[in-house]
Design a protein around this ligand. Structure first.
Ligand SMILES: [Zn+2]
Length: 133
């Protein structure tokens, strides 16, 4: 196994691809996630982190998704995105504000918040977007 992170606040199983069990994170991504969690100082529950290409297709993820463990388009070196359960308004606002301040890009959906490190790993500008219907 390569690149199995040892993170204080996130288990291997919640980071792993549900289909393959693989954990492959972009360099520094685990550390960035830990930093966010420590500053946030509240539980962060992930619904999606690593996705193998097969799993990403299965869940109809974007073909260039930053959840991908192996990304054909971006040389990320591994997954650099997570989805966080976030239904409470205050929790969402606090998480989004903090994440933006730590140069995460943020996608807001009705019941979760997508966080990724595109500006770090893809050279893309930081964005804040909403998942429309
Ligand atoms: Zn996502």
């Amino acid at each position: 196994m390569v690149n199995v992170p040892m993170l204080d606040h996130f288990s291997r199983s919640e980071l792993a691809c549900p289909t393959t069990g693989e954990v492959r994170l972009a360099p520094g991504f685990g550390e960035a996630l830990e930093q966010l969690r420590i500053k946030f100082d509240e539980p962060i529950y992930l619904t999606s982190a690593c996705r193998s290409p097969g799993h990403n297709t299965k869940v109809r993820g974007h073909p260039r998704s930053l959840h991908l463990t192996v990304n054909e388009h971006w040389a990320t070196g591994g997954t650099c995105a997570v989805d966080v359960v976030a239904t409470d308004g205050q929790y969402r606002a606090k998480l989004i504000t903090l994440a933006l301040g730590q140069v995460w890009s943020v996608g807001v959906a009705s019941n979760f918040v997508h966080l990724d490190r595109r500006s770090r790993h893809c050279g893309l500008p930081q964005v804040l977007y909403h998942y429309g219907r």
